[in-house]
Design a protein around this ligand. Structure first.
Ligand SMILES: Cc1cc2nc3c(=O)[nH]c(=O)nc-3n(C[C@H](O)[C@H](O)[C@H](O)COP(=O)(O)OP(=O)(O)OC[C@H]3O[C@@H](n4cnc5c(N)ncnc54)[C@H](O)[C@@H]3O)c2cc1C
Length: 494
């Protein structure tokens, strides 16, 4: 055995680094084991836009998080508020009231203090003007409970966390995959790892698992999410193959949460099998609330405007997967193309344009043109144009008389040029995982904490079911990462 560490953190994303920093604060010696090579470090966290859902009571709370906010920004922006009870309600509502109330309460009530803690370490934040605010009467207005992002997005967040970790004396080993936990009757004693083909055993007084879900494992996806999930694209890291979950289960951990559920979105139909760091989250196509989505028959299949995209995007990937040959086209006309997010203007995009709907119908690859034209005609006739369109609120501008209505932001599709974007299902992360207690300790099948074992991030179960409010993944990794790291550090030093 090599020299022991107080704490080993398995994983190299946001949850892992927040755990490592928190453990280090209690004076523990900390080793981070990252399966990826250095140039691919950072897990799914690095692929994100860095959006973080945080409870705040107004601009004063935001100014504590973002001291760089200028007086002009404060004057020209309606930041609103996102109080804790609203965050809690959103989490409960989108998870169909299955979220564990204790986990949810911890996440929500510690969101602001955890971000302030990150800020105190040197992580910087900024308002998400580009994606979460529209300008109305010369003033930006934020909507959908999502206001703050890490400076430089996911790559910026990861770079700054690594810099801070290294400065704090945390050791990091890249290209090192944790294979097994070393256990005895008293609990966890360390980790068996493989570094560039060499296996070694590393002793530790406590281990934090923060190695993501099983989204990059086609076999587990099919086994737990169901048939068809082998066919999806992986939006982020190719390294999250469920190792942490497997190792914990082998050590007696209790599986819990929504094992058949995951976060999955509309993602460019021609995107690669795994995420591409050069594109980040640019393959996603999240502006569908302003248009319609049609399948191979030319038919709509979801209410694109049932809620803000923050509350629907994570479940609509599954809806796309369930369509014939697993794809859809998103259709927009000129009235709304200026509202499309910047991801619609990247180079690697599957897009067609046309001057007439008939021409567009001929260009939608694999779509029945007659079915499409009939669907558009039905849809256009049903739009309630007397209700004003307003992208900042759920405007109630709906369709009436369709078998599948659109509830908000319904605009007729009749003004050329028309644009269409092809999407398939892109999986983000899986929801099933491990049960933890209030200290972040992993609970075994008898309901007792496994001595020396902690967990944080995607592999924690019981938080998300069916759906997810945008920006909660990073927040969960930070909050529970900090808790797990603090507990691991304290237990190692006691
Ligand atoms: C394209 C995209 C966009 C997203 N946008 C957002 C957003 O804007 N806001 C938001 O909140 N969430 C977003 N998410 C979700 C978010 O990325 C995750 O919820 C969050 O980053 C998970 O953090 P984590 O630390 O648990 O996992 P990760 O960041 O995935 O880290 C897991 C780490 O474990 C390592 N690992 C895996 N197996 C092993 C092993 N056996 N040994 C050692 N290391 C191992 C991996 O290499 C990786 O470094 C997005 C996800 C994607 C893919």
């Amino acid at each position: 055995m090599a020299d022991p560490y107080d704490v080993i953190v398995v994983g190299g994303g946001n949850a892992a680094l927040c755990s490592a920093l928190a453990a280090r604060e209690s004076g523990a010696s900390v080793l981070v084991i990252e399966a990826a090579p250095e140039d691919e470090r950072g897990g799914n966290s690095r692929f994100t836009a860095g959006a973080m859902r945080v409870a705040y009571n107004g601009v004063d709370d935001l100014a504590r998080l973002m001291p760089d906010l200028t007086d002009e920004e404060k004057a020209n922006t309606d930041f609103g508020a996102y109080p804790e009870d609203q965050f809690y309600d959103d989490l409960c509502r989108v998870t169909q009231y299955r979220t564990n109330p204790k986990l949810a309460e911890t996440l929500v009530s510690r969101s602001l203090e955890t971000m302030l803690w990150m800020r105190s370490k040197g992580v910087r934040f900024a308002p998400i003007y580009g994606r979460q605010a529209f300008k109305v009467d010369g003033r930006f207005k934020f909507w959908g409970g999502l206001t703050v992002e890490a400076w430089g997005g996911g790559p910026g967040l990861i770079d700054s966390l690594y810099t801070i970790a290294q400065r704090a004396g945390i050791e990091i080993r890249y290209e090192s995959r944790a294979l097994d936990l070393i256990t005895d009757d008293d609990g966890v004693r360390g980790v068996a790892i493989r570094t560039r083909g060499q296996t070694s055993m590393i002793e530790a007084r406590a281990v934090v698992l923060a190695s993501g879900g099983f989204e990059a494992n086609a076999e587990w996806r099919t086994r737990y999410l169901g048939p068809g999930w082998d066919l999806v694209k992986v939006r982020g890291s190719r390294f999250n193959t469920g190792d942490g979950i497997r190792m914990a289960l082998e050590a007696g951990a209790m599986p819990c949460g929504n094992w058949s559920g995951c976060h999955a979105v509309g993602w460019d139909r021609n995107a690669p099998e795994f995420g591409d760091l050069a594109v980040g989250d640019g393959f996603q196509k999240h502006s569908y609330p302003f248009g319609i989505m049609v399948n191979a028959r030319g038919n709509r299949f979801v209410d694109e405007g049932v809620d803000f995209r923050n509350y629907t995007y994570a479940k609509y990937g599954r809806a796309i997967l369930e369509q014939p040959t697993q794809f859809a086209w998103q259709i927009f006309d000129q009235k709304v193309t200026h509202l499309l997010r910047d991801e619609y203007r990247i180079k690697r995009v599957t897009k067609v344009s046309a001057q007439t709907l008939e021409e567009l119908a001929g260009k939608l690859e694999d779509v029945d043109p007659k079915g499409f034209l009939a669907e558009i005609a039905r849809y256009n006739a049903a739009v309630q144009t007397s209700i004003p369109f307003n992208p900042n609120i759920k405007d109630g501008r709906c369709t009436r008389g369709l078998a599948l209505e659109k509830s908000n932001w319904a605009n007729t599709i009749d003004t050329p040029p028309f644009e269409a974007y092809a999407v398939t299902c892109g999986i983000t992360f899986t929801f099933g995982g491990l049960r933890i207690n209030g200290d972040g300790a992993v609970i075994n099948t008898d309901g007792v904490p496994i001595h020396g074992l902690y967990a944080a991030g995607e592999l924690v179960g019981d938080l998300f079911y069916f759906n997810y409010p945008g920006g909660t993944g990073l927040m969960s990794g930070s909050v529970f990462g900090r808790i797990a790291g603090t507990s691991a550090g304290r237990s190692a030093k006691s």
